[in-house]
Design a protein around this ligand. Structure first.
Ligand code: FAD
Length: 512
């Protein structure tokens, strides 16, 4: 028995990759060393594109009760708010820019979905101990209570986290981008009515004790504090030291919160020196690790899974040659790298301990806050937007290729809702000047149908752009037609509908 894809690791990255590939009809096996789900939170916040992926796999509504909208992101110094920023309720992908979430709840939903797909085998309690590949496939050897097992697959995704066995077996080292701090992470659950005075999301920019607190889903709260150089992690996690650090206005007392997890983490900035060797790909923390100041670690892993899944799908179905798989690293590495670098910058800024630099930073933030209030500065605190792709599987002509395709609110046949639910997913041609299929040759139409592509006309009697986002996008890009990829990035655009055959032709060349 040879599987199409074997996935090492059943963390969030592995779960999403398994679901997307299993849904596409491929035989998938997941090998996970733990016997059951970890059931404790690491992730605290997800961004709008991740909610769009939950929407895609069909669990957005179910995880709703485990989420909490964080309307404000504050930076403070000893209780004085330096900067208070509103979080956008409707960001690019049609969901709030940041949403607080309780990880065990969404992992339970992803687990249920993966296990409901007949073509996916989830094998928990299997630790991978060897990996070999040849021209036809990859052999994974794993160990469990039942003994040793050998699994064959055409492709492997190494989503086995920061200490990735797969990465090491491939002989791929990490580049260290320079961030290295020990932090104490304290997760608690309120045992009384939640305290209304606790900030929903606040970074403590205090040189004496850099830290943060946030509401995590509706019922939990996290605090994190820097562990100082010279202080041991073992000492920091002792109850006495935990409650000492929590004895502050934005903290807690033992009669208000029970602690569900206290752990010391090394916040690092690491990038794998390569993301692929032949038939084996790295994804998630196995490929990159970042300090969590922008809450982008798992989000980046989700982006990896979303990117590699549709490419493997096309290759396994014989709709693309294996060279399509080269675009995975070319697209994802620069994007993840930019995200790591920005996470480090934010971390260094909020954790500054040099008194002169702290004074300068505080003055700058206060001035920015003032300017925001007067309407003379951008309302966005975190100017960083996850970049698109400059290289990879995109048409190199036309504006907008490689940038995110936003999720508008649209209406069709009396139904109003988010674009993906109303218009559909996968490859899509979107035109605002007539039926796109009418300008394609029979051969191109056949090609498009084989890809599972759809064609949507914007404007009555077709799809109505209720929120105006699509019209705004097409005006900004100066295009009447565009092609969207399954992972919600733009493949390419054409100023006129007549440019579409050239775009589709380019795509056929790239896949052939
Ligand atoms: C304090 C903290 C806060 C964070 N907050 C956020 C946040 O708010 N938002 C965000 O997006 N990210 C956040 N992150 C980052 C996020 O937790 C990680 O990026 C994410 O968990 C990575 O997911 P993954 O699936 O790639 O790896 P993991 O979650 O590490 O999963 C890897 C899996 O592989 C399994 N495995 C390992 N070795 C083997 C083997 N040999 N055989 C079989 N299985 C194996 C492991 O048991 C594990 O289940 C935070 C991280 C920390 C530390």
């Amino acid at each position: 028995m040879i599987y199409d894809v074997a996935i090492a690791g059943y963390g969030p990255t592995g779960m999403l990759a398994a679901i997307l590939l299993g849904r596409a009809g491929h035989r998938v096996v997941v090998l996970e060393r733990y016997k059951s789900l970890y059931n404790l939170p690491r992730v605290g916040i997800v961004h709008d594109d991740v909610l769009r992926m939950f929407q895609e796999v069909g669990c957005l509504e179910k995880i709703g009760p485990a989420t909490f909208f964080l309307p404000l992101y504050e930076l403070s110094n000893k209780g004085r708010v330096l900067l208070s920023n509103e979080v956008a309720t409707h960001a690019t992908h049609g969901h709030p820019e940041m949403t607080s979430i309780y990880q065990p709840a969404f992992e339970a939903e992803l687990d249920a979905i993966a296990k409901s797909i007949a073509t996916i085998d989830v094998l928990q309690g299997e630790t991978i101990v060897a990996l070999d590949q040849d021209a036809e496939g990859v052999t994974l050897t794993s160990e469990s209570d039942a003994g040793q097992r050998v699994t064959r697959a055409r492709y492997v995704i190494g989503a086995d986290g920061g200490n990735s066995f797969v990465r090491q077996a491939l002989g791929i080292a990490y580049d260290d981008l320079g961030f290295d701090q020990n932090w104490l992470v304290i997760d608690g659950r309120a045992t009384r009515a939640p305290r209304a005075d606790l900030p929903l999301l606040r970074q403590f920019c205090e040189p004496e004790q850099p830290g943060m607190t946030m509401q995590m889903g509706p019922y939990h709260r996290r605090w994190s504090f820097m562990i100082f150089p010279g202080e041991s992690a073992e000492d920091a996690v002792t109850p006495a030291n935990v409650w000492r650090r929590l004895a502050r206005p934005e903290g807690a007392t033992p009669d208000e919160f029970e602690l569900i997890r206290v752990v010391a983490y090394k916040f690092q900035s690491l990038m794998a020196q390569g993301w692929r060797k032949d038939r084996v790909f790295l994804a998630g923390d196995a490929a990159h690790q970042m300090p969590p100041f922008l809450a982008q670690g798992m989000c980046s892993g989700f982006r990896d899974a979303h990117n590699i899944a549709w490419k493997l799908d096309l290759v396994l179905k014989g709709l693309a040659t294996r060279s399509l798989l080269d675009s995975y690293e070319r697209e994802r590495e620069p994007n993840a790298r930019a995200t790591i670098v920005e996470s480090m910058k934010v971390g260094q800024n909020v954790n500054e301990r040099d008194p002169d630099k702290v004074r300068a930073r505080d003055a700058q933030l206060i001035a920015l806050n003032e300017a925001r209030r007067n309407g003379t500065a951008s309302a966005q605190l975190i100017a960083f937007r996850v970049p698109g792709f400059a290289d990879g599987f995109i048409a190199k002509t036309g504006e907008g290729a490689g940038q995110a395709f936003p999720q508008a609110t649209v209406r069709r046949d009396g139904r109003t809702g988010l674009f993906d639910d109303i218009a559909g997913r996968g490859f899509m041609i979107l035109s605002r000047s007539g039926d796109p299929l009418s300008v394609l040759s029979p051969l191109d139409r056949q090609f498009w149908a084989a890809l599972g592509g759809s064609a949507v006309v914007l404007g009555a009697p077709g799809l109505i752009d209720e929120s105006g986002d699509l019209t705004h996008l097409m005006d900004a890009l100066g295009c009447d037609v565009l092609i969207k990829r399954p992972d919600n990035y733009i493949y390419g655009t054409g100023a006129r509908l007549a440019d579409l055959p050239a775009l589709v032709g380019r795509m056929r060349e790239q896949l052939a």
